[in-house]
Design a protein around this ligand. Structure first.
Ligand code: NAD
Length: 329
């Protein structure tokens, strides 16, 4: 017999259960550790609200199984894993968690940059393999470098603020310029072409949209300084992986720090298949000595995770009470 659950939480971690059951009764909320594509609620008809994390690809095919769906409360900032056209056409609202980790993700971007600048992964491997030599491990200083930030929203601005502490020269590009912020943090807005041509380091902090798809592509890389360093903690689709690989191979790009990859969902345990060529290049990137890849882990701190679940519960409760907290679409 299936219980007519109203709310279905997917990809739930054990520690999240107490927060969810404090807010919803066990008759009201269905909880599973699985992603949405792996397991469905027995009684999909009753489900009005779904909460997922980014590993649940909310495609039309899946969402159609929930005929009474009204809200998807994603436990993330980005919502490009959700079919927005389907949601708009079928009156399904989307709520996100806009502010849980602006410091958290910015810190991770700084960590990737430091790992590359100070050659940390290779240095650690060297020592672990029993060798205490510095041969071939010369890094670079961040002080005095031009760092170009693409996207000066919540995360980008924190990244700028942190890098100012290193005395880097900060320039930025955003479709919406915040001149008060520019003055407060002491950076300069520039056009994208200028940012490409002047930056020693480029860090991406824009959402993945049609307009930002492959914002880093062959043409962009050609326009960059020789020996540029690229950091991407935003979304894999912002970077043309093949162009990145060619740039790294040729030495045009000195190094790359990536928390996100194109087709990364195909690399997770769920077993879904991705573009074979892309998967192969991803694998090559992962094993390159001048590339540091982390598994979309930038958000993953204890403090940020608690903020995520608390905000998601507030979003759902607000929606249930006819509110619209953090509704983004
Ligand atoms: P935000 O919405 O606060 O800021 C995004 C900024 O990008 C805005 O200032 C916006 O004006 C700008 N922008 C949008 N489209 C643009 C375009 N075409 N060209 C230039 N600028 C454009 O978002 P945020 O909180 O700073 O997060 C940024 C991204 O980081 C998210 O969309 C998400 O994809 C990613 N993220 C990753 C992780 C992780 O764990 N790796 C965690 C959280 C967020």
């Amino acid at each position: 017999m299936s219980i007519p659950y109203k709310v279905a939480f997917f990809e739930v971690k054990d520690w999240e259960r107490s927060y969810i059951y404090e807010a919803f009764s066990d008759k009201e909320a269905f909880l599973t550790e699985k992603a949405i594509d792996e397991e469905y609620v027995l009684n999909c008809e009753s489900v009005e609200i779904i909460s997922t994390f980014i590993n649940s690809g909310c495609s039309e095919e899946i969402l159609k199984k929930y005929p009474n769906l009204k809200l998807i409360a994603t436990r993330s900032t980005g919502y490009d894993h959700i079919d927005l056209d389907y949601c708009r056409t079928n009156g399904v609202k989307i709520a996100n968690v806009p502010n849980y980790g602006e410091d958290t993700v910015a810190e991770h971007a700084v960590a990737l940059l430091l790992a590359l600048a100070k050659r940390l992964p290779e240095s650690i491997d060297r020592v672990k393999s029993g060798h205490f030599s510095t041969k071939g491990l010369t890094g670079f200083d961040i002080k005095g470098k031009v760092v170009g930030v693409i996207g000066t929203g919540h995360i980008g601005r924190n990244f700028i603020s942190m890098l100012k502490g290193f005395e880097a020269n900060m320039i930025a590009y955003d479709i919406k310029r915040d001149f008060a912020l520019e003055e407060e943090l002491g950076f300069t807005y520039v056009e994208l072409d200028y940012l490409f041509s002047k930056s020693d380091v480029i860090s991406l902090h824009v959402p993945y949209l049609k307009s930002t798809h492959h914002i880093i592509n062959t043409t962009a890389i050609k326009a960059m300084k020789d020996g540029v360093v690229i950091i991407n903690t935003s979304r894999g689709g912002l970077v043309d992986t093949f162009a990145l690989y060619e740039g790294l191979k040729s030495g045009k790009i000195k190094s790359a720090g990536l928390d996100v990859l194109e087709e990364e969902s195909a690399m997770k345990e769920s077993g879904c298949r991705g573009d074979a060529r892309l998967m192969e290049v991803n694998d090559t990137l992962i094993h390159m000595s001048n590339v540091v890849v982390t598994p979309h882990n930038a958000f993953n701190t204890t403090e940020a995770l608690v903020r995520i679940i608390k905000t998601t519960i507030e979003n759902i409760k607000s929606f249930m009470n006819n509110g619209s907290v953090n509704i983004v679409s």
